[in-house]
Design a protein around this ligand. Structure first.
Ligand SMILES: Cc1cc2nc3c(=O)[nH]c(=O)nc-3n(C[C@H](O)[C@H](O)[C@H](O)COP(=O)(O)OP(=O)(O)OC[C@H]3O[C@@H](n4cnc5c(N)ncnc54)[C@H](O)[C@@H]3O)c2cc1C
Length: 396
């Protein structure tokens, strides 16, 4: 039987590979980079994702490497007041994992790759760049560029988990509509200990501000601080050590002792592919949808795509289901989730962070505080943030 070809060894491609081999399905993964990416991107794993990782037996090493967060905070920068705090213990009856796990996505990919490579059902080809593919109806022949020249690989289905600039999506001619935000995100990796500076500040805090909102995310051994970067700000100038320190000290309202271990700038988009499949070729993860990182839903929803897609491929490969029907089902559910849930939630999260209108800001603070103070509303809020709503709805 032909294997499933997966393009991209990011978190989503590798999770799909693992989910398929766990179901006894052979896979070949091609990744253009010689080594797994180390870029500072996702660091939040939500409870629904932790449930999936547990099903695939890879949660324990990730938990060991990560940092458990039991409360989620929202602050107002101007007043330095906490607006709301949500305690994950309120969803302890809804999930075995009532917390966020903070850990870089590059830790997950480094846990997954050796497990996948150890399986007789899997091959992972690094430094293999997909350059073209032909779908003949019975399968897909992919052409990949390697240091030794071009190579061809053949699979039953080709899965594009090749990120936001997806060559798979472009080759299929599928549109990727949406918008790009004017603001960029400036991420600084530091070793700041907030405890002596702001003792009430939790390990994950979203700080509202109409001029310069801030997100603080503790990860093992590193405190990430994300700032809004406005249109006029120069990327080189803002990343100079003295400029970063000035920005951080201004946020802390004092000069503190810390190291800045790295900075990154990101442009941020909201886009969803017009179609999630064509013939025997299917898109998932950032190749299919991208969103701003407010709320940490990009990688998480990509992992949920992989979970869903692996179930459909299993029904095709082992239970005689029709591939077009399976992929149409996959697209119906996952595209609707990307459009109606992730895009709307992350866009609202973004607006909440940066809103300038006084009425809106007052209403936002009132609504957050009211929800946090009412256990029923707080549970609903947390189920949404934990990306558990869908599963709970499906279970009736
Ligand atoms: C600052 C920041 C913070 C974020 N925080 C969060 C968060 O906390 N939680 C969250 O859920 N999401 C977050 N995200 C989003 C998250 O990083 C992405 O959604 C996630 O990386 C998508 O994974 P992926 O595997 O689909 O794509 P990618 O991680 O982009 O992986 C794609 C892979 O495909 C490879 N590739 C590309 N083209 C080819 C080709 N032609 N041939 C072979 N290989 C190819 C690439 O080299 C890459 O390794 C954040 C993003 C940013 C920028």
């Amino acid at each position: 039987m032909l294997p499933i070809l997966i393009v991209g060894a990011g978190p989503v491609g590798l999770v799909l590979a693992l989910a398929l081999i766990r179901r006894g399905i052979a896979v070949e993964v091609v990744e253009m980079l010689p080594e797994l990416s180390t870029e500072a991107r996702a660091s939040t794993f939500h409870p629904r994702t932790l449930e999936m990782l547990a099903e695939w037996d890879v949660l324990a090493p990730l938990q060991k490497a990560g940092f458990l967060v039991h409360r989620l905070q929202y602050w107002e920068r101007a007043t330095r007041q906490k607006v709301a705090q949500f305690d994950y213990r309120l969803i302890a009856n809804d999930t075995p994992y009532p917390y966020r796990l903070q850990c870089p996505q590059s830790t997950l990919t480094r846990i997954l790759k050796p497990i996948i490579e150890a399986s007789p059902l899997a091959k992972v080809h690094m430094a293999h760049k997909l350059v073209n593919f032909v779908d003949d109806g019975d399968g897909v022949t992919a052409t990949v560029e390697t240091a030794d020249g071009l190579r061809q690989l053949r699979g039953r289905i080709l899965c594009g988990a090749d990120g936001s600039r997806s060559d798979v999506r472009k080759t299929l001619g599928i549109g990727f509509q949406g918008k790009t935000y004017e603001d960029r995100f400036l991420l600084a990796a530091t070793n700041i200990d907030f405890a002596p500076i702001m003792p009430d500040f939790g390990p994950v805090a979203y700080v509202f501000d109409p001029q310069e909102w801030v997100i603080v995310l503790h990860n093992p051994g590193v405190t990430r601080i994300v700032f809004r970067l406005r249109e006029a700000e120069d990327e080189l100038a803002v990343q100079a050590e003295c400029a970063i320190r000035e920005r951080i000290d201004h946020f802390l309202a004092q000069k503190a002792d810390y190291r800045v271990n790295g900075t990154w700038i990101y442009k941020v988009h909201q886009r969803v592919a017009d179609q999630f499949y064509k013939g025997n070729v299917v898109l998932l993860g950032d190749a299919a949808h991208i969103n701003n990182p407010m709320g940490g839903m990009g990688m998480n929803s990509g992992i949920h795509d992989a979970y869903d897609l692996a179930g459909h491929i299993d029904r095709v490969m082992h239970h005689g289901a029709s591939l077009p029907h399976a992929l149409a089902d996959y697209e119906r559910v996952r595209r609707a989730f990307a459009m109606n849930d992730v895009q709307l939630t992350t866009d609202k999260n973004y607006h909440d962070m940066s809103a300038t209108e006084t009425d809106y800001r007052q209403r936002r603070n009132y609504e957050f505080a009211t929800a946090a103070a009412d256990p029923r509303l707080a549970r609903e809020f947390l189920l949404r943030a934990a990306m558990l709503e869908e599963r709970i709805k499906d279970e009736g």
